[in-house]
Design a protein around this ligand. Structure first.
Ligand code: ATP
Ligand code: MG
Ligand code: FE
Length: 344
């Protein structure tokens, strides 16, 4: 099927077009620059930016794909989770296009879409698969028995998401928002073993009570204390070493638990999705550990890890191909939509 996907859950207005699982267009307009000086996404600003960018971004995607709206078989849209006002703009637009063009509407889950986008690059996902979802708002281990409707959370973060930890640590190192890519870049010149930061929820008791859960707020505090102590001593903060050591702590725990979950469940495929999956050290460490454990690793290229419309189109296309019914035109945006709810 030819599917147009609309994404507006945060600060990216994304419109993707796929035919089957072939990517034809992935247009993006981001309001990230308007939020940078606030050190985080401002919901009202994001909503207004989506409103302005929506129609031009849809036209840009159609132009790039070389198709007309009348050619499209279905329209998919992120129904949640995300910022309520931001989601609303995408859902309203999708409904309007669906109604006006007479196309079925599919409301989809943003988190499931972060996982589904990988099939655009690597083909059908062998199920069951394990998914490590690491983004700005989530860090979870998911068991995926069916990408179109059977996804279960095995564990998730008890406090901060991995991306949130990257952004907060970047901020205290004086790096711009969003900080993940900056930490990644600065860490390349640093020593990941310079400072031993805590690995959250990896103690013997934790591994029994919370084998697949994560915790990053203690790590963030440890980095803050370490930096403060340096500053108090009047010594320069070795930003590259702090970035590399922090990044090592996060990616060590993420990959260790993801591989352990695969091994325990006898699952041979691990897919990583979400913005933090763009992290170069996470990709490298996951590859090393997956190879050693005999697990097939799938990670989309960095540009498809962060929010985009292609991921929504990819999941929508799977739903259409599976013969699932479209959503009701009365669907609402659901800012706290659980990943188990793949579609509405
Ligand atoms: P969610 O998907 O949970 O709703 P979101 O959509 O806001 O959250 P994504 O766009 O999926 O988040 O991911 C954004 C996050 O990814 C940010 O926290 C950003 O810092 C982080 N990120 C992006 N690139 C990298 C990188 N190279 N290294 C580490 N983190 C990164
Ligand atoms: Mg973003
Ligand atoms: Fe996201």
């Amino acid at each position: 099927p030819l599917v147009l996907g609309i994404e507006t859950s945060c600060d990216e207005t994304g419109v993707g077009i796929v035919r089957g699982q072939t990517l034809l267009a992935d247009a993006i307009a981001s309001s990230v620059d308007s939020h940078a000086r606030f050190g985080g996404v401002v919901p009202e600003v994001a909503s207004r930016a989506h409103l302005e960018a929506m129609v031009p971004t849809i036209h840009r995607a159609l132009d790039t794909a070389g198709v007309r709206l009348s050619d499209v078989d279905a329209i998919a849209v992120t129904a949640g989770p995300g910022l309520a006002g931001a989601l609303l703009v995408g859902v309203a637009a999708a409904k309007a296009y669906s109604l006006a063009a007479g196309k079925p509407l599919y409301g989809v889950n943003h988190l499931a879409a972060h996982v589904a986008v990988d099939t655009l690059e690597h083909g059908p996902l062998p199920e069951p698969a394990m998914a490590l979802l690491v983004s700005g708002g989530h860090s979870s281990l998911l068991r995926v028995d069916d990408l179109t409707g059977d996804v279960r959370t095995l564990g998730s973060t008890m406090d901060d998401a991995a991306g949130e930890a990257f952004d907060k640590v970047a901020r205290l190192l004086g790096l711009p928002f969003p900080g993940g890519p900056h930490i990644d870049r600065r860490a390349r010149d640093g020593n990941p073993e310079a400072i031993t930061f805590p690995r959250g929820l990896t103690g013997p008791r934790d591994l029994i009570d919370h084998p697949y859960d994560f915790s990053f707020s203690g790590l963030k505090t440890a980095v803050a204390r370490w930096v403060e102590a340096k500053e108090r001593a009047g010594e320069p903060v070795p930003i590259a070493d702090v970035a590399a050591s922090f990044q090592e702590a996060v990616t060590d725990v993420l990959t260790r638990k993801a591989i352990a979950a695969c091994t325990a469940a006898g699952i041979e495929t691990l897919v990583i999705g979400g913005g933090v999956a763009a992290n170069s050290r996470l990709r490298q460490l996951a590859e090393q550990r997956a190879t050693k454990a005999g697990i097939r690793l799938r990670v989309p290229r960095p540009g498809l890890c962060t929010d985009n419309g292609a991921m929504v189109a990819a999941l929508g296309s799977h739903l259409v191909a599976a013969g699932l019914p479209p959503s009701d035109l009365a669907i609402a945006a659901n800012s706290s939509m659980p990943v188990e709810l793949v579609r509405v």
